[in-house]
Design a protein around this ligand. Sequence first.
Ligand code: NDP
Ligand code: F7E
Length: 315
Amino acid sequence: MDPITIDKSAAVFVAGHRGLVGSAVVRKLTSLGYTNLLLRSHAELDLTSQSAVDAFFAEHKPQIVILAAAKVGGIHANNTYPADFITVNLQIQTNAISSAFKHKTLKLLFLGSSCIYPKFAPQPIPESALLTGPLEPTNEWYAIAKISGIKMCQALRIQHSFDAISAMPTNLYGPNDNFHPHNSHVLPALLRRFHEAKLSKLENVVVWGSGTPLREFLHVDDLADAIVFLLEKYSGLEHVNVGSGKEVSIKELAELVKEVVGYQGQIIWDSSKPDGTPRKLMDSSKLASLGWEPKITLKDGLADTYNWYLENVHS
Ligand SMILES: NC(=O)C1=CN([C@@H]2O[C@H](COP(=O)(O)OP(=O)(O)OC[C@H]3O[C@@H](n4cnc5c(N)ncnc54)[C@H](OP(=O)(O)O)[C@@H]3O)[C@@H](O)[C@H]2O)C=CC1
Ligand SMILES: C[C@H]1O[C@H](OP(=O)(O)OP(=O)(O)OC[C@H]2O[C@@H](n3cnc4c(=O)[nH]c(N)nc43)[C@H](O)[C@@H]2O)[C@@H](O)[C@@H](O)C1=O
């Protein structure tokens, strides 16, 4: 399908607009001059309620939908609350995608995750690796929900030509991340822990696992840029990987966070905590072939995120 030009006055529903991704998408669309963003907090519109979601779509008829609302968490949260991760995410995405189709949304972008791929997928992981092997047990429930979202978008395109596309981001970070001490992802968790250790002059900081797993990180402002790019340029059946193409070990990440925060103590490894997938570097060459590349390096992005944390979360 040919690229589309989205009218800047189009009604754009950014679901999850207060979250890490949703808030970055709002920043990006606002900077591009979009004037008709439909924003509803969780308290204003519970996306697990089918009736509430359908009433919202019937009344407001969003022309564009960016589905950045989900039940999201790190390895510990996924491993601890599997029922929440599969049920809430299936409810949110099914309600939003089906109501978008029913009320004639022009285009919808669904956000999956790199964890949809098999634990031992070939690296870097191409889109074609989906459903070719067993998933990583610590987040398979969330992964199954995300895979179902991809399939629902594909089925609506096949049967009804509904222009729903799916983007698969790698591990993300940036402003408005979740900094919860236990339920967050590794990067925000370590920023907070090293910062608090520096303030309290602790001798050491505990980091989970062995430190050997490799992770790819993308700044959320790069993702927001990719989301707008895909909405304008892509209308295909297959999902699209959105990564930075660069990976670091958790040990290297911990050392980088320690340096950025300026913590002087020691790092101790808690091997009782799970490592999860040993590696999940995605092959994002499909997106690159469409003409998109990330811009923000991990070192710069980490420093900017720490500054944001100091100004907005913890003095
Ligand atoms: N963070 C990451 O590293 C990655 C994220 N992704 C995907 O990106 C998307 C956004 O994730 P991220 O921004 O990190 O997540 P966040 O947790 O930062 O934001 C999720 C948003 O969804 C909202 N939300 C959750 N449940 C409901 C509900 N029932 N009704 C209405 N709103 C709800 C939250 O509101 P509230 O907090 O008030 O409940 C929050 O604003 C998700 O689909 C996620 O799977 C993919 C790969 C990596
Ligand atoms: C983003 C994507 O991928 C997520 O999976 P993940 O990448 O394994 O998530 P994670 O960021 O929580 O862990 C990355 C690594 O880091 C190590 N690690 C060390 N110390 C801490 C720590 O203090 N907290 C956390 N969370 N991890 C730590 C941790 O042991 C692991 O080896 C899914 O949950 C799912 O959300 C998804 O979509």
